[in-house]
Design a protein around this ligand. Structure first.
Ligand SMILES: Nc1ncnc2c1ncn2[C@@H]1O[C@H](COP(=O)(O)OP(=O)(O)OP(=O)(O)O)[C@@H](O)[C@H]1O
Ligand SMILES: [Mg+2]
Length: 371
């Protein structure tokens, strides 16, 4: 029997747990042409959720652009990804495609057969512009496209905080903000480096200041996630008591991605019925497979930040400078702790969302406690 758990960004027709409130709210923002900044720790389901939002909007006649800034490394790439998103969504719809060709001139589309038998759409820059001038032109053309397309337009900028690694970040923010103000469309800025994203939209000297509604995506609710896990096992003919499914989701603090991963590995070791022994075994496997990821997260950090991470994994606290905390976890002097907290928080490795400072990733915390 095929394993019923899935842990890549979910296609818009894959089984999906809950998020009905968020889906409805995000649709309302989009329909009213308002902008949202959607953030959460990594792998909470932001991309999957936005795919669903855009699927519904598409069904209602909206043109949905999806611009992924993951790994973006130059101004040229920022501009080309915006242009490519327009050609990608319009390809196959002749009137829209023609509008895209009439308005987007800084880049031309390049079509190649894709591995799955479809068409892969990418872009090549037309001669002439470079740097900020290229980006500004591409954004103007996007505005022109939106104005002429005659249908509502919704754009997702996924991994939006990635632009902050570029030296021209402030200019990019300013150019994007002013372009977006000039046409009627809705936008969702998505990302997992929460501090960077929140700063971009909530610091009063930044171009995007208060231009979008802050929307924090929480973990999935325990009850619904438990039902979801049970139903996934049931689809594949494996039974799972409610208490056992609750145990599974609690092990990973209702983290959406880890729930699917743990479900997957549990299914691999379980037979007709899931037991806590199967979950124990699968949890060990999950930790083992994540080890290289966690080692890579720890590796670039200086000693005091590593110590602080381990300390917070063992003992979340509001008082990182408290004598007892510093002594118990051998943090040495309190000098530099404030700086370490700031650095770790910027990396979104620690947070003090609803109380004490703690390690954001629940599995990383378990691994840190054991290492
Ligand atoms: N509502 C949901 N129901 C079931 N599984 C979910 C749900 N949301 C997310 N997941 C699981 O979490 C995984 C990660 O989702 P996704 O890639 O959308 O998260 P993300 O927040 O965009 O991650 P990143 O921060 O890495 O960009 C999905 O592949 C899926 O396994
Ligand atoms: Mg994502």
């Amino acid at each position: 029997m095929k394993n019923p758990f899935y842990f890549k960004a979910l296609p818009d027709d894959a089984p999906f747990c809950n998020r009905s409130k968020e889906l409805a709210a995000l649709l309302r923002f989009a329909e009213s042409h308002n902008d949202v900044v959607l953030y959460s720790p990594r792998r909470y389901g932001k991309t999957s959720l936005m795919r669903r939002v855009q699927k519904t909007l598409r069904d209602q006649g909206t043109v949905t652009l999806f611009v992924d800034f993951y790994g973006v490394a130059s101004l040229h790439e920022v501009a080309s990804r915006v242009a490519a998103a327009v050609f990608r969504v319009t390809h196959g719809e002749k009137p829209l495609w023609d509008k895209a060709l009439q308005t987007i001139k800084t880049f031309r589309p390049v079509l190649r057969p894709s591995q799955d038998g479809g068409v892969e759409v990418s872009v090549e820059a037309s001669e002439g512009r470079q740097g900020m001038s290229l980006l500004e032109a591409a954004l103007d053309e996007l505005g022109e496209f939106v104005a002429r397309v005659g249908r509502p337009v919704h754009t997702v900028f996924d991994e939006f905080q990635e632009i902050t690694i570029l030296p021209e970040v402030r200019q990019i923010e300013a150019a994007m903000r002013s372009s977006i103000q000039q046409y009627q469309a809705s936008h969702c800025f998505v990302g997992s480096r929460r501090r960077l994203l929140i700063a971009m939209f909530n610091e009063n000297q930044r171009p995007f200041f208060q231009s979008a509604h802050n929307f924090a995506l929480p973990p999935l609710p325990e009850g619904e996630l438990t039902d979801f896990v049970r139903s996934r096992f049931a689809v594949a003919g494996t039974s799972c008591l409610e208490s056992v499914a609750t145990d599974l989701v609690r092990r990973v603090h209702c983290h959406p991605h880890y729930t699917q991963r743990l479900g997957y590995l549990t299914f691999e070791v379980a037979e007709q019925e899931v037991t806590t022994t199967h979950i124990d075994e699968a949890f060990g496997d999950l930790l083992a497979t994540e080890r290289p990821v966690f080692e890579a997260m720890l590796q670039p950090l200086p000693p005091q930040q590593r110590l602080l991470l381990r300390a917070l994994a063992r003992e979340p606290t509001q008082q990182v400078m408290a004598k007892n905390f510093v002594r118990t976890h051998h943090l040495g002097s309190t000098n530099g702790i404030g700086h370490s907290v700031k650095q770790l928080a910027t990396l979104d490795l620690i947070a003090d969302d609803d109380g004490p400072w703690q390690v954001v990733d629940p599995l990383f915390a378990v691994w840190l406690r054991q290492s």
